[in-house]
Design a protein around this ligand. Sequence first.
Ligand SMILES: C[S@@+](CC[C@H](N)C(=O)[O-])C[C@H]1O[C@@H](n2cnc3c(N)ncnc32)[C@H](O)[C@@H]1O
Length: 280
Amino acid sequence: MQAVKPTIVDKSAHAEFLDKVVAANLDPADPWVRDYVSMSWERARPYFMAKGLPAPGSRVLEFGCNLGASSIMLASMGGEVTAIDINPDYVDIARANARAHGVPEHVEFLHVADTRKLPFADNAFDLVVCNSVLEYVHDDHLDSVLGEIDRVLKAGGILFVLGTSSGLWPREVHSRAWLVNYLPRTLDPIIRKMSPDFMRGLSPWRLLRRLERYENLDRSDGDNSLLAAKRQITPPRKYALLRLFRVASLALGTSLGLLLPSITVALKKPQPSGLAKRVT
Ligand SMILES: C[S@@+](CC[C@H](N)C(=O)[O-])C[C@H]1O[C@@H](n2cnc3c(N)ncnc32)[C@H](O)[C@@H]1O
């Protein structure tokens, strides 16, 4: 399939999408609803393009699909996508969204209430995409969720984590709250009572620890593909800063996307014989 920017091709499915959005108490005029597919195409697609992903016809799992924007993008880029979310309303909306964008035969949406157990066979997917989702997974569930992602990903397959709020930074990227990433976890129940939107970023080191034997493809390619993507979507001054950060990431023996406020990293699952590099 040729990668053509998805547009609304089925007006009645789009009307259904909007009805479901309103029924779920979402605002249809919110850009994260109205323009989500288009924003994913402009802002997320360059990261995939730079890495040649998804391979045409490859089996892709989108973990935490929300309203389906990344899944629609990945299907439009040639992937055969299965998309899951814990929220049944989102899955229902995403299904209508995929029909509206003309890709329903390339995306299957499933509601999975507890993603510590995924309803897929071992080695089912070539690519697992976690776009802005792992930071939403309950801390106590994260290791099990990553274990399941590892189970359903083929040996040699890629886990692509992007747009994920990093716990290393003093300002949490979604809530824009300062220093919350550094507070002791024992305070979480109290803070959540005061501020229901409270959230923390994910520690990139925690991700790497759980997937210890995976190869960090960004480190392997010296961050070149990540920078190629950033160049397309980042203003020149900020891009120059990123190049400086790359020097720091090389000096630290890690990859640029693990040090940024939004984590971006592609991790390759080792072959069973396991001569893959450790991630750092
Ligand atoms: C910011 S949205 C993800 C955006 C989406 N990946 C995209 O690129 O369009 C976060 C999503 O994570 C889902 N989520 C939260 N906890 C989850 C979990 N434990 N397992 C799977 N999905 C989860 C939420 O329901 C929500 O739809």
